[in-house]
Structure formats: C-alpha cells, structure tokens
Design a binder for this molecule. Structure first.
Ligand code: ADP
Ligand code: MG
Length: 292
C-alpha cells in the first residue's frame, strides 16, 4: 500500500533529520515566502567561548570570571555555558549563588559572595555610571564579538568578549533558501549590531535586525506578515519561543534548543542541520502537487 503524500513526506523529512509535528505543518511549509533566523545557536554553532577578559583596575581576571560564573550557574544560555567553561578551564571554584533571576535577551543577576552580581548585555548599562566599561564593550562589539558586562553591587567589574563560530552550512543554506522562497532570509537577534553584522556578512544575509528583545522579535515577525509574507522562523532559545509561536511556522534547533523552543515549534531540526530546511520546503511543494 502507498502512504498518502503528506505522510510519506513526513517520513522523508524524518530521514533529513526534520521532525514535522503534523500533516498540516508538512503542507504549510510549501507556502513559506521568507525565512527568519535567530543568530546564537541557530546560525552559529551555539558553543561560544570567552575570547577576552577585560577586568576594571583593581579586579583580577580570575575574580571577574569567578563572579560571572557564579551568577550564570543556573542559566541555560550559550553565553552562560561559555563563561562557566572558561572558569572551569582555569580551575576556578565557582561560588554558590542565591536569588538567581534571568531576563531573556538581556542577562542574569544573582547574589554571589554577598554581592548583587549582574551579567549581561551592555544595553542595560547606565550611561552615566558605567561610561568606562561602555567603551571597552563598544570596542569588543565593533570587532564582531558579544560584549558581556559584569557589575557587582552596581559597580563595574569588567567586560568579557564572547565569540561564536558560524555554522559551516549557514551560507549555502541562505543561498538555497533564497532560491526556493524567492526572498533573502532575515536575521533577528538579541545580540549587538557589530556581532550581528559580522555574522550576517559571513552568512550572506543583508536584512539584519539586532538588539531585539523577545517581544521585538515577535513584532518583527508581524511586520513581515503585514507585508503579506508567510514567515518561517528558526530559533533555539527560551527567548525565541514567543516569536516561534507568532511565525506562520516555527522551527526549533534540536540539539541546542531549549525545551520551551522545542515545545513552541511546529518542526524540529533534530540534528541541527540547516541544510534540511530548503530540502523540506521543496519536499512540501512536491507533496502538495500530489495531494491536489
Ligand atoms: P540571540 O537572539 O542572538 O539568540 P539572545 O536574545 O539570547 O540572543 O541574547 C541577546 C543578548 O543578551 C546576548 O547577546 C547577550 O549579550 C545577552 N544575554 C542574554 N542572556 C544572557 C546571559 N545568560 N548571560 C549574559 N548575557 C546574556
Ligand atoms: Mg538563540
């Protein structure tokens, strides 16, 4: 017996490492007119590392890293993993933290060594009080890195430069998606303009939106939809969940994806293989021709 076209398409997609959650999703993939990518963990490998440590005068590199690692201990963000790995590489004892809170798209805060330690994007810094580390952060960003600022009780302790590698398949995937959808993919990221611009150039993306909070990503998806587009969004993080839900189709990265992203998505790239995306859109088109 032969399977209905949509079901065999789902089975075939599975062989490409794409988990499609329903026949409706399999069918709707064909309508995609633009693909929007998150950056960290999606277009990049999602295993960033701490490339530079810039403590302020009077603070050692070890102390800066120790405080940051303490505050990040409970975070599942790739930046947190980079900071914890750097601390472990140096055999630092990671201090216990209390009252951990995280703000998606911004950073984390926790009580470490009795001090309120904040670790995150320079966007949250107060211009007046933090002028000196702001300029270090700007230099890191201009070079294409992610500047992670650390403060203790509101006083700057330093800046970490975090860098991530582009996925080797990113550029070819962007080219293939442009061919299959007729529109160049878009980059939506919470990271800074410098890091976003550099990655976008490497991936061949020209439509770049940086510094977006989770709600801004949703807004960007809606703007694309207002222009009559059917948006497929690919993301991995907790912060991507609202945008994955807002997009016509949400696709989560399987290996690096957070549980919330996996849950919010209509499909999952089980092996984090971006090249499967244009393949399943083409597959959906073929299946639909057989259905109708
Ligand atoms: P993306 O959209 O590229 O996946 P996010 O929205 O997750 O990025 O994060 C945006 C920015 O917020 C990061 O580049 C980083 O500067 C900061 N940030 C988010 N979470 C953390 C964290 N746990 N620790 C430090 N910085 C963070
Ligand atoms: Mg991400």
């Amino acid at each position: 017996a032969t399977m209905p076209p949509l079901l065999s398409a789902i089975a075939l997609a599975g062989r490409h490492g794409v988990l499609i959650k329903s026949a409706v999703v399999m069918e709707q993939l064909a309508d995609t007119t633009v693909v929007a990518f998150d950056k960290t963990g999606t277009l990049t490998e999602g295993t960033p590392r701490v490339a530079e440590i810039h403590p302020v005068a009077g603070v050692s590199a070890e102390e800066l890293l120790r405080l940051a690692a303490g505050a990040e201990h409970a975070s599942e963000h790739p930046v947190a993993a980079a900071i914890l790995a750097a601390a472990r590489d140096r055999h630092l004892a990671i201090p216990a933290a209390a009252d951990f809170t995280s703000t998606p798209g911004c950073g984390v805060r926790a009580i470490v060594d009795g001090r309120l330690v904040e670790v995150g994007s320079p966007a949250v810094l107060d211009e007046g009080r933090h002028g000196e580390i702001r300029s270090v952060a700007s230099t890191v960003q201009a070079a294409g890195g992610t500047a992670v600022v650390v403060t203790a009780d509101g006083v700057p302790a330093g800046v970490l430069a975090v860098t991530d590698r582009i996925r080797p398949a990113a550029r070819d995937t962007v080219t293939a998606l442009t061919a299959v959808t007729g529109t160049s993919p878009v980059l939506l990221t919470g990271d800074n303009r410098g890091a976003a611009g550099r990655l976008a150039a490497e991936a061949g993306i020209t439509d770049v939106h940086a510094g977006l909070l989770p709600a801004d990503k949703v807004q960007r998806v809606r703007t694309l939809q207002h222009d009559g587009r059917r948006v497929l969004l690919v993301g991995d993080g907790v912060n991507d969940a609202p945008a994955l839900a807002a997009a016509d189709l949400g696709v989560a990265m399987g290996r690096h994806g957070s549980d919330l992203a996996l849950h919010s998505a209509d499909a999952v790239l089980v092996r984090d293989d971006l090249t499967a995306l244009p393949a399943v859109i083409a597959l959906s088109r073929r299946a639909r021709r057989l259905v109708t």
